[in-house]
Design a protein around this ligand. Structure first.
Ligand SMILES: [Zn+2]
Length: 313
């Protein structure tokens, strides 16, 4: 077989226009609107190559119905068989509902192949099951990785190796094997679920949320800039070690800066009641100090969904 490929004349645009008539994007790793930018198999934004479905060497034609667009890594792994349907079965089999997870999911399979254990279970067994735990886990200082020139950036075995390095580093740091004990994990989960609800509520009123980390872990400030009085007003809540919450009024955005003794108002441990109290205080602020500006509320929290929504501070 010759290594020299004949130049392909069919335009990527024609390949896209052809396949979008037949392939439903629900089954794919990309939307048709971005089909000229992301690899059809892995869904990553990469330089794309026109790839034969039935190879040129087996008589495959240079026509839209015999071509797909793949990144170089997927092109290398792609099948070279005389079956026009298999390419699409292969592409669709890697469908993942999340963006940019393709190689990470492949690395999970690789981990299991090597160690005969599921990486997800390795995390569960160590109680690495909350946003806080995952945040700490992925920020562990582990051995370095690099990639050889010419190798794909997200090499599956490299990612698998980082999974292993993270677990080993974690185990050295936690000789008892767990991130936190089971009771503490339940409290952390309840705090994270409340944080999520507080963010949704705050978004409705254009209020910002800042979660404490350094000094007051499990604390939130819910505040907004009131243009009429040119000041930040808000409240802060903090979960105690028994799961009950205390609140204080504050002009501080960051709960790490609030001395613990400032939290003086008991607000119980019922999430619905706590949310009702927060909403009542937000309405009071708006009534007293005027409606807040809609510009850039921020969500400076551990939860990965809200973390994305950080605005300008
Ligand atoms: Zn790809």
């Amino acid at each position: 077989m010759s290594n020299k490929r004949k130049p392909i004349n069919t335009k990527p645009k024609d390949i896209i226009n052809y396949w979008m008539q037949y392939m439903d994007e629900c089954d794919l790793n990309f939307d048709w609107s971005e089909a000229n930018q992301v690899c059809w198999r892995c869904g990553y934004k990469r330089k794309l190559y026109r790839c034969h479905i039935i190879p040129d060497s087996l008589g495959g034609k240079d026509e839209p119905n015999n071509l797909v667009l793949l990144c170089s890594q997927c092109h290398e792994e792609a099948p070279n068989v005389e079956d026009s349907k298999f390419m699409w079965d292969w592409i669709k089999s890697f469908h993942s509902p999340l963006y940019n997870t393709f190689f990470k999911i492949r690395a999970l399979e690789e981990y299991e192949r090597i160690y005969h254990k599921s990486f997800i279970n390795e995390l569960k067994n160590r109680n690495i099951v909350t946003d806080h735990a995952l945040y700490k886990f992925w920020n562990l200082k582990v051995g370095r990785t690099s990639y050889h020139f010419g190798h794909p950036y997200e090499n599956i075995s490299t990612i698998t190796g980082t999974y292993k390095m993270h677990l080993d580093t974690f185990d050295k740091k936690h000789p008892n094997g767990k991130y936190l004990d089971d009771k503490h994990i339940l409290l952390e989960k309840s705090f994270e679920s409340l944080t999520d609800s507080v963010c949704s509520l705050s978004k409705k009123y254009n209020y910002s949320v800042w979660e404490g980390g350094t000094r007051n872990i499990y604390s939130l400030c819910i505040s907004a800039f009131h243009p009429m009085v040119k000041k930040y007003y808000g409240i802060s809540i903090r979960m105690l070690s028994n799961g009950y919450y205390k609140m204080c009024f504050t002009e501080e955005l960051n709960p790490n800066n609030i001395p613990r003794k400032h939290y003086t108002i008991d607000i119980g441990n019922n999430p619905n009641e706590i949310l009702a109290i927060i909403e009542k205080e937000i309405k009071n602020f708006n009534f007293e100090y005027g409606t807040v500006s809609k510009t850039n509320p921020f969500y400076y929290v551990v939860n990965p969904f809200w973390k994305k929504m950080n605005g300008n501070l």
